[in-house]
Design a binder for this molecule. Structure first.
Ligand code: PLP
Length: 362
């Protein structure tokens, strides 16, 4: 029942817009007059063609991508991209720069190194437990790409501005902040994002790749690991994750038609995060874990005075209809993930709860 739904602050898979879930429910037994569920139709049908083409068109429109960019849907999550990006983009004599800002960047670096690729970790925030985004980084002019993680889901940091790389294309893992703000796409050669944080269910990964990087894909790697395979077949070389792509399409439609586009979405995201950070900044009780200039608008990470209080906080929040507030097991504390679909009302409820909890326990 709709009335039984909680305020969902899960980090991923995460909340989806209620109107999207309702549209899926409504169309589930008979999709677009087909007499079949979207999970039963052929991916070679006109019905699914319309779904994937609309998802691609909306992605291009929302992010203002020009014709140099290809929009692909892959499986294997963002984690497969840690491996595929260096595999496709770096030849024997090439190198790439990586910035290490946390758990996911560390994994991306590891997957490039496993393959024996030449990479340079040009900056890292590991010295202060990944609590900040490094500044004034010296990128290598000859690097094929510069890899960053735009939002660090676990550590609660985010690049507020993208770095100056001297023209080297940025390859960004945007799993947890894709479609959350406007982008200067000129800086990017490739963007990838697992859907399950900001735009859909688990099971599909969006890859946006520019012509010149796509052209680097070597012929001698397996078809399923080659970007050109997906680019040449509109992501339908083999059976794509149809249901996940359909959900992404509906989320993008919601973003454009209900929210009103990326400008409006970004303003709303600022407002939501601001409400929680204001409490943290005003209180001696809650303590943010990320440095102020680096903190994330998507994942608000914070501690309470001790771990017992943190446990009580999460337990009482659950009793009050708020879920997913426990911090990642590698950092502890609390985390409120407030991606695009999280409504302002959910954040307002959390803020009220935080104030009441502090009054009682502070
Ligand atoms: C969740 C996450 C990943 C891992 O995504 P999978 O789809 O599970 O592989 C990678 N990068 C970031 C930034 C994430 O938040």
């Amino acid at each position: 029942m709709k009335a039984d739904r909680i305020h969902n602050f899960n980090a991923g898979p995460a909340a989806l817009p209620l109107p999207v879930l309702e549209e899926i429910q409504e169309s589930f037994l008979n999709f677009a007059g087909s007499g079949m569920s979207v999970t039963e139709i052929s991916h070679r049908s006109k019905w699914f063609d319309d779904v994937i083409n609309d998802a691609v068109a909306r992605t291009k429109r929302i992010l203002k991508l020009d014709d140099r960019f290809h929009v692909l849907f892959l499986q294997g999550g963002a984690s497969l991209q840690f491996c595929m990006a260096p595999m496709n983009l770096l030849g024997a004599d090439d190198s790439a720069d990586y910035v290490n800002t946390g758990t996911w960047s560390t994994k991306a670096i590891k997957e490039a190194e496993i393959q024996g690729k030449s990479i340079n970790v040009v900056a890292s925030s590991e010295d202060r437990n990944f609590s900040y985004i490094p500044r004034s980084i010296a990128f290598n002019a000859e690097a094929v790409y510069a890899h960053i993680t735009s939002n660090n889901t676990i550590k609660g940091t985010q690049w507020a501005q993208f770095p100056e790389t001297g023209g080297v294309p940025i390859v960004s893992d945007m799993s947890s902040d894709i479609f959350s703000r406007q982008l200067d796409v000129e800086k990017f050669g490739m963007i990838y994002a697992g859907a399950q944080k900001n735009m859909g269910p688990a099971g599909v990964c969006l890859v946006i790749i520019r012509d010149d990087l796509l052209a680097r894909t070597p012929g001698e790697i397996p078809s399923m690991l080659r970007y050109t395979t997906y680019a040449e077949k509109n992501s339908m070389y083999n059976t794509p994750p149809c249901f996940a792509i359909y959900t992404v399409q509906l989320v993008l439609k919601w973003l454009e038609e209900t929210i009103g586009g990326l400008g409006k979405m970004a303003a709303l995201n600022h407002k939501k995060a601001g409400l929680i950070y204001d409490i943290i900044d005003q209180s001696g009780f809650y303590r943010g874990t990320a440095e102020k200039e680096s903190r994330s608008l998507m994942n608000v990470t914070f501690r309470l005075p001790n771990t017992d209080l943190e446990k009580t906080f999460v337990a009482e929040a659950t009793e009050n209809g708020m879920g997913g507030l426990k911090g990642h097991r590698s950092v502890g504390g609390c985390r409120a993930s407030i991606y695009n679909p999280t409504p302002l009302a959910a954040v307002a409820a959390l803020v009220d709860f935080m104030k009441a909890f502090e009054r009682k326990n502070g």
